[in-house]
Design a protein around this ligand. Structure first.
Ligand code: URA
Length: 232
């Protein structure tokens, strides 16, 4: 890849700032100062330094966010704020997008990445990645609803859902585990059972769980270990 692209993607610099830094002589490749932004480098083997510090180039980026209520899970929205508004410019420039969707009125665990294959593997029902939601509902949760979820509940419009797990924690509080992500899926499943959702929060994707003291609106990079947990 081009040296200016690698320096830009591995630092907070824009592409033109990176080119300027290279021309200014602050970038070395394997210890040798270089001044041509268009020089080709190998991101796997070449050691690139900017101002004496190694540039950590990553092919793909992975973030965990605790989505707050009120933001849309989209990359762009004309009227409402999106989850990307929480990220600084240097992360946005990586081209990250949300992995699947949480409704505006749902909070909790949301992954963001620029790795399309990873996103597809998380979302696709064929990957069997569990998504666990904590719901507060209206009415009383009934044991027979557990069975209906297990067999694959039919939504009010006739849509058949894949088998899902409902755990009743209290009269109006439950955990719902699904592997698919239809539009408003958990809300519609619980509404079909006569328990409209009051609040909904995603706690877990695969074996990756939000910390109990996680604060909505916070985000951070995902470690390699956490990334692997998504598929456990
Ligand atoms: N199901 C819903 O109904 N809403 C969400 O945000 C996620 C799953």
């Amino acid at each position: 890849m081009r040296l200016d692209r690698l320096v830009s993607e591995g630092s907070a610099l824009t592409r033109s700032q990176a080119a300027k830094a290279i021309r200014g002589g602050t970038v070395t490749v394997n210890g040798v100062p270089v001044c041509r932004p268009e020089q080709r480098v190998d991101e796997n083997t070449d050691r690139i330094c900017l101002g004496g510090k190694p540039v950590c180039y990553q092919r793909f980026h992975y973030y965990l966010m605790d989505k707050p209520l009120g933001l849309i899970t989209a990359s762009r929205d004309r009227e409402a704020g999106t989850v990307l508004d929480l990220l600084p410019a240097e992360v946005k420039k990586q081209g990250v997008f949300p992995v699947g969707r949480l409704d505006k009125d749902t909070s909790g665990l949301l992954l963001l990445t620029d790795d399309g294959d990873f996103a597809h593997r998380v979302i696709s029902p064929g990957s069997h990645v569990n998504k666990i939601y904590l719901a507060e509902v209206e009415g009383t949760l009934l044991p027979e609803t557990v069975l209906r979820f297990r067999e694959g509940i039919v939504l009010k419009d006739g849509t058949e859902c894949l088998p899902a797990k409902l755990e009743i924690l209290r009269e109006r509080t439950c955990l719902v585990t699904v592997q698919e992500g239809k539009y408003h899926q958990v809300r519609r499943m619980l509404a079909a059972a006569g328990n409209p959702v009051v609040t909904l929060r995603r706690l877990q994707i695969g074996a990756l769980r939000l910390a109990d003291n996680s604060e909505p609106g916070t985000w951070r990079q995902l470690s390699e270990e956490e990334k692997a947990k998504v598929f456990l």
